[in-house]
Design a protein around this ligand. Structure first.
Ligand SMILES: C[S@@+](CC[C@H](N)C(=O)[O-])C[C@H]1O[C@@H](n2cnc3c(N)ncnc32)[C@H](O)[C@@H]1O
Length: 218
């Protein structure tokens, strides 16, 4: 690992931990915050990947899903991962794709608009895949124009973009469901723009302050 990469990773992790403890003061509790921080740091150490947060001021704003949160939220999903195909809209450095593989999804496709983050995600997946083969991939594209393949039954979003892009993404999902009717699930973390999903016939299956699970019946 190069010195610049090492410095960037350490800066990202220090920033994430400082931010987490600031959040703890706002009510999360120190024990919970420490646990989340531990899961955050251990992911890259376990897998030899670089999925840490980008420090502020960088053009590529990125924050990976916390592995503990991912596990907690999936427990409330009304479906089993069991070999399903998932798309992560706004895949960043690919952490959620690797978490999806860990939790039993058969295929995880990332869509990411930043070429720099796409390159990092691709390298991460290659490193991760050496030990755990799985169908993980990243497409460098604008999520607004990504055509959702018919085998995909779960969309994953970690507050990746604003209302306009979200409306376009929901249109792409609707088009895919029109072409190949099927039940479809959405796992949405920090759900700031859920309106387009509700307008497209999705129903809320589970709600917590930091996540929304939605489903559209066949
Ligand atoms: C919070 S990060 C999520 C990282 C990843 N999903 C995870 O959970 O580990 C959001 C990502 O969405 C990407 N993004 C923002 N707008 C996008 C768009 N229109 N198309 C594709 N990706 C986009 C950003 O570059 C950023 O990497």
């Amino acid at each position: 690992m190069g010195r610049r990469t090492m410095i960037r990773r350490l800066a990202g992790q220090a920033w994430m931990i400082a931010r987490s403890f600031a959040a703890a003061r706002r009510g999360r509790g120190v024990a919970r915050t420490a646990r989340l921080a531990l899961y955050e740091v251990l992911f890259d150490l376990r897998h030899g990947t670089d999925t840490s947060m980008e420090p502020p001021g960088r053009a590529t704003a990125h924050e990976g899903t916390n592995p503990l949160l991912f596990a907690e939220i999936l427990r409330h999903a009304g479906f089993a991962a069991d070999g399903r195909a998932l798309v992560d809209f706004g895949a960043g450095k690919g952490r959620a794709l690797m978490l999806a593989a860990e939790h039993g999804f058969g295929t995880a496709i990332g869509v990411e608009s930043s070429p720099e983050l796409c390159a990092i995600a691709t390298a991460n997946i290659a490193r991760y895949g050496r030990r755990r083969p799985g169908a993980l991939s990243v497409t460098c594209a604008d999520a607004a124009s990504f055509e959702v393949p018919p085998e995909v039954t779960v969309a994953y979003l970690f507050n990746p973009f604003g209302a306009d892009t979200m409306r376009a993404v929901v249109d792409r999902i609707r088009e895919s469901l029109d072409r190949a009717p099927r039940e479809f699930h959405v796992v949405y973390l920090n759900p700031r723009h859920a309106g387009p999903f509700l307008g497209a016939g999705f129903i809320v299956e589970h709600r917590r302050p930091d996540a929304l699970l939605l489903r559209r019946p066949r």
